[in-house]
Ligand binder design. Structure first.
Ligand code: AHR
Length: 503
């Protein structure tokens, strides 16, 4: 019998918002083996006629990734997009100062757009506001989105792409608040350039949506002032402000580590407040939403990355091998994003392949799933519809940096077209199961059709190219009894309880 208890009430009319599917976005940067040796490896036995790895395409499709941010990241702040279009033999090798590597430009905008189409994803295109500015930004919008009859749209057509891509979502640079960024700026400097770039990009194509850079993470000394200043300049021209956050279990303190999603929750609430403050200050009508366009666990590879030979081409970089405990935190972070579906409309798990990624590849060998693949896949596949506002009571604990951490991290998604209800839940308890009772009220005639569980006795367990040890099973014990879902969530587990209306 589990000693710890939690209760949840789910009611069809307690809605947070319709989920914008873009919250299940991801990210491919020209960094390490994300592009070269990741999505693109022309000599691989699984390569298609474009050089794209078919095994990777399949795994990305399994994740149902709706949106991929590209081409950076720190990389974009030194990138000349013109280097990556046109005949491949004419494309230059460039020093990538962001990651001290050599970029061959073998892949560029058109190749990436082709790849994205194959995985049914839209692209969230970032422009360079580090070394470049409004001219390169507006030209790229013209190249990608203008139908024809102008210099850059005709250039695209001459590169074999007749129809415009109509890319909807664009990032105005990347992490411009960070001293590590090529072309780092003060908030006022960035605010002005972002304002002018946004203005002319929308003059080229008024249908696009723009993301202004927020802080690189919550602990940045300029956090909050940065967002307020940037939005003061850009409020009329942008649609989103970005958030980035990576976590790590550096002190090997699991209770504290799993509570970090509460910090993410605070971060989101703070940025919502700042965006609304600027709206109020301007007596504005428009609400600025949030694009959490980089989030994940990132720390395992920090030390090994110090050994990389400078200016190598596509070295293994940021290749975190994720443990089972990382998958639990990723699950908690996904639940947190869902709980803010009213304001977080875009989120990108950073990144997608090889670089802090759910999918790994061996050069010339197989592609494989990391532990974090599963919570990301489960939410992306089953978490489409309406994010419900669950009323939760749970036993709690205190950790080094947090008080009152609920053992239960949970939320639910209702899909009214398919008549399904899906509960996502993590039990943070290190040793004990958690007795969960979910009152499903007016979800009459709903029954549990599957209870997926990701669990492992070894919290440090990883997967590898040849052995997938951390993988889900469907033997969870959730069942419906008198209008309630009853279950015991195993200690340290990620759970997906799927219900469907019985016809
Ligand atoms: O995702 C890896 C890097 O993290 C990105 O290039 C940068 O934006 C962030 O600091």
């Amino acid at each position: 019998m589990a000693a710890n208890k939690a209760k949840m009430i789910l009611e069809k009319d307690f809605k947070i918002a319709e989920i914008d599917n873009r919250i299940y976005g991801s990210f491919i940067e020209h960094l390490g083996r994300a592009v070269y040796g990741g999505i693109y490896e022309p000599n691989h036995p699984q390569a298609d006629e474009n050089g794209f790895r078919k095994d990777v395409l399949e795994l990305v499709k399994e994740l149902k990734v709706p949106l991929v941010r590209y081409p950076g990241g720190n990389f974009v702040s030194g990138y000349n997009w013109e280097d990556g279009v046109g005949p491949k033999e004419k494309r230059p090798n460039r020093l990538d100062l962001a990651w001290s590597t050599t970029e061959t430009n073998e892949m560029g905008t058109n190749e990436f757009m082709k790849w994205a189409k194959l995985v049914n994803a839209d692209v969230n295109m970032a422009v360079n506001l580090g070394t470049r500015g409004i001219d390169a930004a507006r030209n790229l919008v013209e190249y990608c989105n203008h139908p024809g009859g102008s210099y850059y749209s005709d250039l695209r057509i001459s590169h074999g792409v007749k129809e415009p891509y109509n890319i909807k979502t664009w990032c105005l640079g990347n992490e411009m608040d960070g001293p590590w960024q090529i072309g780092h700026k003060t908030a006022a400097e960035y605010g002005r350039i972002a304002q002018e770039a946004a203005k002319v990009m929308k003059w080229v194509d008024p249908s696009i949506e723009l993301v202004a850079c927020g802080s690189s993470h919550r602990a940045m000394p300029t956090f909050a002032d940065w967002e307020a200043t940037v939005l003061d300049y850009t409020y009329d021209h942008v649609d989103f402000i970005s958030l980035h956050q990576y976590y790590g279990n550096r002190d090997n303190d699991l209770s504290n580590y799993l509570a970090l999603s509460l910090e993410m929750d605070d971060f989101i609430k703070s940025v919502v407040s700042i965006a609304d403050y600027i709206k109020a200050k301007k007596r504005g009508k428009k609400t600025i939403n949030l694009s959490f366009d980089e989030w994940n666990v990132w720390y395992h590879s920090n030390e090994q990355d110090k050994q990389i030979e400078p200016w190598s081409i596509a070295p293994p970089q940021l290749e975190d091998i994720y443990t089972f405990e990382d998958a639990l935190l990723v699950g908690c972070m996904l639940i947190t994003l869902l709980k803010h579906a009213d304001r977080v409309k875009i989120a990108c798990l950073a990144q997608l392949v090889n670089v802090i990624a759910p999918i790994m590849t061996e050069n010339n060998g197989p592609a494989w799933k990391q532990t974090i693949f599963y919570p990301y896949m489960h939410t992306s596949v089953y978490g489409r519809g309406i994010s419900l506002n669950p009323i939760i009571t749970s036993d709690k604990y205190d950790s080094k940096d947090f008080t009152d951490v609920p053992y239960l991290e949970s939320t639910a998604v209702y899909n009214d077209e398919e008549d399904t209800l899906t509960i996502f839940a993590v039990n943070r308890h290190l040793e004990e199961g958690l007795e969960l009772e979910v009152d499903i009220r007016n979800f009459n005639e709903y029954e549990v059709i599957e209870h997926i569980v990701l669990e492992n006795e070894n919290i440090k367990q990883t997967n590898s190219a040849y052995k997938e040890t951390v993988k889900p099973h469907s033997n969870g014990n959730a069942k419906c009894e008198n209008g309630k879902v009853i279950t015991v969530l195993p200690n340290l587990s990620w759970n997906v309880i799927r219900l469907a209306k019985q016809r």
